[in-house]
Design a binder for this molecule. Structure first.
Ligand code: URA
Length: 236
């Protein structure tokens, strides 16, 4: 049996911050096993106790998973002295313990997963798991067929080892989709730079089989569905 404070139970399971939860408790909106409880320090057994907020059961959720359509201009970090961070875009949520799963460059847009599940994040980023990531890139010039072949065979970008083979699909003269199975620093930009090309725009479209919800405008986010979370667990 694992016991936890009532305010932690509520802030983990709802989107409310710990301080908002204290107000909710003070207002007498929470019942535990049928009795109104106002003390934030009350210990809850998440497997057995029934916690209700405004008459509805609050199911305990240890882990939360979000997809953000990262806009250009903010950094993939929890805190930054100079720039806005991706976590600040979720400020309506209880952001304590949330962090981005890996990084996109400041000027890169698109799918960024955000969670408080350290194990899943670790697995998704592990170099041994080869989790697929698909990017849309707009280049400054048309890519040559021979360069696509080099990228698809594993291009050398000056690291200790060449890149793993990646898949390139030409959409039009300057737009390509590229699928990577690893995640090196500035990898897409460096792969195209090794072919003499500059990436002028970069957007991540999917990771581990979970696609960016195109209904999300840059800066918007939503919770992952059960199905999406399951997909990541299988890939991670
Ligand atoms: N590759 C890059 O070059 N930048 C990113 O943000 C992601 C992949």
């Amino acid at each position: 049996m694992s016991l936890m404070r009532l305010d932690k139970y509520l802030s983990n399971s709802t989107s409310e911050s710990r301080s908002k939860v204290k107000e909710i408790l003070k207002a007498g909106r929470v019942k535990v096993n049928g009795n109104t409880v106002k003390d934030a320090d009350t210990k809850i057994d998440s497997g057995n106790d029934l916690v209700e907020l405004d008459g509805s059961a609050v199911i305990y959720e240890q882990f939360r998973y979000y997809m953000l359509n990262k806009p250009a201009g903010c950094v993939s970090a929890v805190k930054d002295k100079l720039s806005d961070t991706v976590i600040e875009l979720l400020s309506k949520e209880n952001t304590k313990d949330l962090f981005p799963v890996g990084r996109l460059d400041k000027d890169t847009e698109g799918l960024l997963l955000i969670t408080n599940d350290g194990n899943l994040a670790h697995d998704l980023l592990s170099p041994n798991k080869h989790v697929d990531k698909v990017y849309e890139a707009i280049l400054d010039n048309e890519i040559k067929e021979e360069d696509i072949e080099i990228i698809e065979n594993g291009i050398d970008i000056g690291d200790e080892k060449p890149c793993l083979p990646a898949k390139v699909k030409k959409i039009d003269d300057k737009k390509v989709l590229i699928t990577l199975h690893e995640g090196r620093y500035h990898q897409v930009k460096r792969m195209f730079a090794a072919c003499g090309l500059k990436v002028e725009y970069l957007k991540r479209l999917s990771m581990g089989g979970v696609g960016l919800d195109e209904g999300l405008k840059p800066g918007e986010y939503r919770r992952l569905s059960e199905k999406e979370t399951e997909l990541l667990r299988k890939r991670g």
